[in-house]
Structures are given as C-alpha cells and as structure tokens.
Design a protein around this ligand. Structure first.
Ligand SMILES: *Cc1c(COP(=O)(O)O)cnc(C)c1O
Length: 224
C-alpha cells in the first residue's frame, strides 16, 4: 500500500475548491508522515485520545479535523489544537466545546451533523432538531464556537441514485439553514460530504470538503 501514490491519485480526482481531509484513523504516524511529506496538511481522526497522541508526535502545522461522533467528556483532549469538529449534534456537546475553547482562548469551528442515510446506526440531526438547537437560548451565549456548515454520511450502498438523493438533501438543508440562520455569516459555507466510496457523487452534489480514508491509507482492520 503506497500512501503517497494513492494520495496523488485521489488528489487528481478532487475538484478545485474542494478540501481533501485525509482520514488517518487507526493508521500509524508513519503513514501520516508519508502523506505529510508530499505536502498534504489536512488530516481527520475519529477518536479524541488517538488524535491528541498523533498531534503530539507529528509536525505542528498539520490541520487536524475531528470527524464522527465526539463524546462531551473527550472534548478537552482536542480543544487546544483541533481546527474543525465535523459532526456536532447536540447542545450539550456544543456547550462543552464552547467551555473548552474558552479555556484555551480559542474559537473552535464546528459542523452540524445531519442524518441523511437510511441506517439508524448513523448519527445526526433532522432539520427540526437543528432548529431547536439553534433557537435554544443557550446557543447564543456560546461565543467560542463557530458553526461553519454541515456534515453528513450517505447510506453505504451501490445505489448511485440513492446516494445522490441523500447528498442533495444535505445541500438543501445547508441552503435552508444559510438562509434562515446564517445569512450574514460568510464563514457558514462548508458542506462536508463524501468518503472513499462516494466522494465523486458528493462533489457533483456540491460538497466543499471530502473525508477520504481507505482510498489513501488502505483498508482498516475494523469496520467503523
Ligand atoms: C472513517 C470515516 C471516513 C472515511 O471513510 P473511508 O471510507 O475510509 O474513506 C469519513 N468520514 C467519517 C465520519 C468516518 O468515520
């Protein structure tokens, strides 16, 4: 498995303006360093302690993204340095991110995660739940977080039409939120969607950020 040539191939297939997050979860620091040596700087992890350990070992100009489900009690491990938390879906988690960001004298960028797939195992909000969250009086007091967009995962499927529909739904959610809650905020502009198996479709449907793991680093030893 050659990380550098895989990364090269993937890079060639990414539309201009779309950010590539190389998802290095479960992979050793050597593999990340290999990718880093080609000039890549944006990496994604889904376990807070694993991310904090890798942050310590690797060059400090890496832009670290947390992807997937974050537990409130783990926020403290990544708050000092994380660039973007994909996948926020509760006021409780936002409250904790705000608290830890304040402690570190930072503003932490976050994406709201939406449930667009069939699988009930996947996390995420409905539009109504997102509205509830945004209208919660506590939300307006969180000065150390910035919601910069949305994130979602399509159903794991070979059905291209189905995946297209799900990504299209996320883009519509993004537009509606932008109009109704973030009109004046230029920083609300990200749609994080697309993984190794479906990022081409995601880019066609307006993704601004793709999260790609196995196509770069090879298969993982366990199912996420
Ligand atoms: C693991 C993971 C990815 C990357 O998945 P691949 O199929 O390996 O590209 C993307 N997003 C999230 C939230 C993940 O957990």
């Amino acid at each position: 498995m050659n990380v550098q040539s895989n990364l090269d191939e993937v890079r060639k297939s990414i539309k201009s303006g779309v950010k590539l997050v190389a998802v290095s979860k479960t992979k050793p620091v050597e593999a990340i360093q290999n990718a880093y040596d080609t000039g890549h700087r944006v990496f994604g992890e889904n376990k807070a302690q694993e991310l904090a350990a890798k942050y310590q070992e690797l060059p400090k100009d890496i832009e670290w993204h947390f992807i997937g489900h974050l537990q409130s009690n783990k926020v403290k491990y990544i708050a000092p340095f994380v660039s973007l938390i994909h996948g926020v879906e509760s006021i409780k988690l936002l409250k904790e991110i705000n608290k830890q960001a304040l402690k570190n004298n930072r503003v932490i960028n976050c994406l709201l995660q939406f449930h667009i797939a069939d699988e009930t195992t996947k996390f995420g909000l409905s539009y109504e739940e997102a509205e509830e969250l945004l209208k919660n009086p506590a939300f307006a007091t969180f000065k150390n977080i910035r919601i910069v967009g949305v994130m979602g995962m399509a159903t794991y499927s070979d059905d291209k039409n189905k995946i297209t529909e799900e990504f299209r739904t996320l883009r519509q959610i993004f537009k509606k939120l932008k109009n109704e809650y973030f009109k004046a905020e230029d920083s609300f502009k990200e749609i994080s969607m697309g993984m190794s198996g479906d990022y081409q479709i995601a880019m066609e449907e307006g993704s601004t950020m793709v999260r790609i793991g196995s196509a770069i680093f090879g298969a993982r030893n366990y199912n996420i």
